[in-house]
Design a protein around this ligand. Structure first.
Ligand SMILES: [Fe+2]
Ligand SMILES: [Fe+2]
Length: 269
């Protein structure tokens, strides 16, 4: 990444010696209809999709950390294969979001910093940390992301952007489902004590995270420009959580903003 810092061409470069190992097919064949778009709509779409590159890269690093922990504790191979698949999806999402952003502006005019997006470090045991990532990033994070992304997809009128959303939503729905199944497989594979200290606070943290994600997604839905291109909705388009829900423990979540439709229930999506 260092050599390319400041340039966004890194998202698209395919050096010849590596080309054989990656899928080079275009994600979305069509392009958006921009002839009637206002400058404000284009600009909002450009920055909105460029900012999603950062969120997707953060998912890459979170799942890379998870894969390392699962390997180190000798988790079932199917769990490693599943996380490996999710990691690949998130890498494709990085490139897809960069591609969509490039429809609306010159990506090389932006500096998108995708370095050091690791989750905050911890000294907790690997199995506990693995379960924490599964619950917070997949079971809760991906499910909440799915709700927000569906609202943006539904608000989008441009066919090319809807096609990009179809790809994202298909994958993110599988990710939320994979999270629930990963949690079940891990819990069945190790003694409860292996997941401490996270296991004791699991439900409180999950509820606090869910409320945090929902509040952030609703706060960011301000009805600005770019609705046709998938970057603007109104807060009421994301359902509020019931105010009568049980009280939650204090918990901070590292996400800085956003982080979804085919429910599947298999470990290997
Ligand atoms: Fe993603
Ligand atoms: Fe995801």
């Amino acid at each position: 990444m260092k050599a390319d810092r400041g340039s966004c061409s890194r998202f698209f470069d395919r050096p010849r010696r590596l080309r054989a190992y990656v899928d080079d097919s275009p994600f979305v064949a069509r392009r958006p209809e921009l002839s009637r778009a206002s400058d404000a709509d284009r600009e909002a779409a450009f920055f909105g999709w460029a900012s999603r590159v950062v969120d997707e890269q953060a998912s890459v690093l979170a799942f890379a950390e998870l894969l390392g922990h699962l390997g180190a504790i000798a988790a079932p191979l199917a769990a490693l294969e599943t996380v490996h698949g999710l990691l690949g999806d998130e890498l494709r999402h990085v490139r897809l979001c960069a591609e969509v952003a490039s429809w609306f502006g010159d990506l090389d005019s932006l500096e998108i910093d995708v370095e050091d997006l690791w989750l905050p470090p911890t000294d907790e045991p690997r199995a506990s940390r693995a379960l924490e990532i599964v619950v917070r990033e997949l079971v809760v994070g991906e499910a909440e992301s799915l709700i927000a992304l569906r609202a943006y997809r539904d608000a989008t009128s441009d066919p090319a952007v809807r096609e990009a959303y179809a790809i994202l939503l298909y994958d993110e729905a599988r990710h939320a489902s994979a999270g629930r199944n990963l949690e079940a497989v891990l819990r069945a594979s190790f003694e409860d004590a292996a997941f401490e200290p996270f296991l004791s606070r699991r439900d409180d943290v999950a509820e606090a995270d869910r409320r945090h994600h929902r509040a952030v997604h609703r706060a960011g839905a301000t009805g600005g420009p770019g609705r046709a291109f998938g970057v603007s909705i109104f807060a009421h388009e994301i359902p509020a959580l019931p105010s009568t829900a049980p009280p939650t423990a204090s918990s901070s979540h590292p996400c800085s903003g956003s982080c979804d439709p085919i429910p599947t229930d298999t470990l290997l999506p």
